[in-house]
Design a protein around this ligand. Structure first.
Ligand code: SAH
Length: 494
């Protein structure tokens, strides 16, 4: 062999070889009886290893719960070389660095690769942070540089990879042989799985409907050809984008946004949220100001059908929750009629978002046992609300689309017997950085709102719960002059 050529050590980007070792049924040793040792035992036991723990004592608090779930052997002494014969791995984690080092010196060369807790310099291998969605497992390593960073990344992945992905992996595992026997070429298989794992079939499995996922996969497999082409159907995601702050999106909304080929959004959806959709996705504005509907409802439905028929994954992004004053139901009726797969993802609706960010609980044992959501936007004619229901005591009323008619609304409450002194609030751009809240009563809210020159969107909240804001107001958006209550006044005595 030539001595020339690149130096292997210098060429290495990491000194570790990533792999998953089969541990099921294999012997393994753990030295130590404390918390770290317990975590190692757990990892090994989950993989089905036959674990022997060498320690004078086992920490009761750590090991009692483990012993309920797993079998392991406790040996109340230090291990000798002979104990490690035939072991797959050995972990040393006594909790005492000097003891760990001494044990490592004594056991090195006994056979199995050794890991010493917090001593990557002494370890033959290191343990990654694990995201367990069995059979799907993600392992993160920083090469021993910062295990904490590894754990933080793992936590991030936790949010990106829903628990249901384990089911998806298991589903794919079950169907693999069938797909392999029908499709011979690796290219055709890859195309097939790409469509399955990224499309409606995977969504069925993720939604725990494995029988339907299996039936759909078998049907798709029937139609699949070696060229990988096939009459794939698109699908539509009707997704609630929340009140405007991207922070209030659900994980599911974000995941579907990352899959979309086309995004249809309207005025209420903040551009910062539309930005989170897949970079390559085509964006179509179908905005809706009450008067100037950019696209009539009918046409939006037709567009959804047409795009899905082209095989696209279509994201219909709506402000708040799609099923609360969002006409989401109307838009997907047509999809159902045409047999196009769709799913609905809820969002934080404006009333709950505004209430939370204004410090106004919608229900409260001392104030309101019910909460009613109504729209203040009658179909161009006079307000047509069920006042009998709205005027009841011990109840909160949240009014959507009420800004233009706040005067009329407040007067109507009073005319129907509402106490003019009943607290009411109007929240403009709720849960956003430019949120503004105007608090008053049935008698004066309209005048105050006018004076504040609010632009909308707004939610009006009527009920005695509004008085709780005085205590519970916590949200001070950027740039607001308001200070959190528990800080001492500026320059005041400490
Ligand atoms: N589907 C939406 C509501 C659509 S109707 C949801 O669930 O929130 C549009 C109305 O929602 C607006 O007129 C306004 O009343 C309300 N709205 C939406 N976003 C809002 C926000 N950030 N602050 C206050 N009101 C909001």
């Amino acid at each position: 062999m030539s001595e020339d050529g690149p130096d292997p050590a210098a060429a290495a980007t990491t000194p570790y070889l990533p792999m998953f070792l089969r541990a099921c049924g294999q012997k393994a040793a753990v030295v130590g009886g404390g918390l770290v040792a317990a975590r190692r035992v757990e990892t090994l036991a989950r993989a089905g290893a036959l674990v022997s723990i060498y320690a004078p004592r086992l920490d009761e608090e750590e090991f009692a719960p483990l012993s309920e779930r797993f079998a392991f052997t406790h040996v109340a002494r230090e291990p000798a070389h002979a104990d490690l014969a035939g072991c797959l791995v050995c972990y040393i984690a006594t909790g005492d660095p000097a003891a760990d080092e001494r044990l490592h010196a004594a056991l090195a060369g006994a056979g199995p690769p050794i890991n010493v807790a917090d001593r990557s310099d002494l370890s033959d291998f290191i343990s990654p942070s694990i995201l367990d969605r069995a059979p799907l497992v993600v392992a993160v390593s920083t090469g021993g540089a910062s295990p904490l960073l590894g754990r933080m990344l793992r936590a991030r992945l936790e949010t990106l990879i829903p628990a249901a992905y384990g089911r998806l992996a298991a589903f794919a595992g079950r169907m693999r042989a069938q797909v392999n026997s029908k499709l011979r070429s690796p290219v055709a298989r890859r195309r097939f799985w790409e469509r399955v794992l990224d499309g409606p079939i995977a969504e069925l499995a993720l939604a725990r409907n494995e029988p339907a996922a299996e039936a759909a996969l078998v049907e798709a497999l029937d139609r699949a050809t070696e060229s990988g082409e096939g009459p794939w159907l698109g699908e539509v995601y009707l997704v609630g984008a929340g009140p405007g702050d991207a922070d209030l999106l659900t994980f599911r909304a974000l995941r579907l946004m990352q899959k979309a080929d086309v995004v249809l959004y309207d005025r209420l959806v903040d551009p910062s949220i539309v930005d989170l959709a897949r970079r390559e996705a085509e964006r179509i504005y179908v905005g809706k100001r009450r008067a100037d509907h950019a696209l009539p409802q009918e046409e939006i439905s037709d567009l959804l059908v047409r795009l899905a028929r082209e095989g696209k994954r279509v994201l219909r992004l709506k402000g708040g929750d799609p099923f609360i004053f969002g006409r989401g139901g109307e838009e997907i009726e047509k999809l159902a009629e045409h047999g196009i797969p769709f799913q609905v993802c809820p969002g934080v609706t404006a009333a709950t978002a505004c209430a939370a960010y204004a410090g106004i609980p919608l229900t409260h044992r001392d104030h309101a046992q019910a909460c009613v959501f109504v729209t203040g936007h009658g179909r161009d004619g006079p307000l047509d609300l069920d006042w009998e229901t709205l005027i009841k005591p011990n109840q909160t009323v949240a009014i959507y689309m009420g800004l233009d008619r706040v005067e009329e609304l407040m007067q109507a409450f009073v005319a129907r017997g509402g106490d003019p002194a009943l607290p009411a609030a109007i929240i403009d751009n709720g849960a956003r950085v430019n949120q503004r809240v105007v608090v008053g009563t049935l008698a004066d809210l309209a005048a105050k709102a006018r004076a504040a020159n609010l632009r909308g969107p707004t939610i009006v909240i009527v009920g005695t719960v509004v008085s709780l804001r005085e205590k519970l107001n916590w949200y001070a958006p950027e740039g607001a002059t308001q200070r959190p209550r528990d800080l001492p006044p500026a320059g005041g005595a400490q």
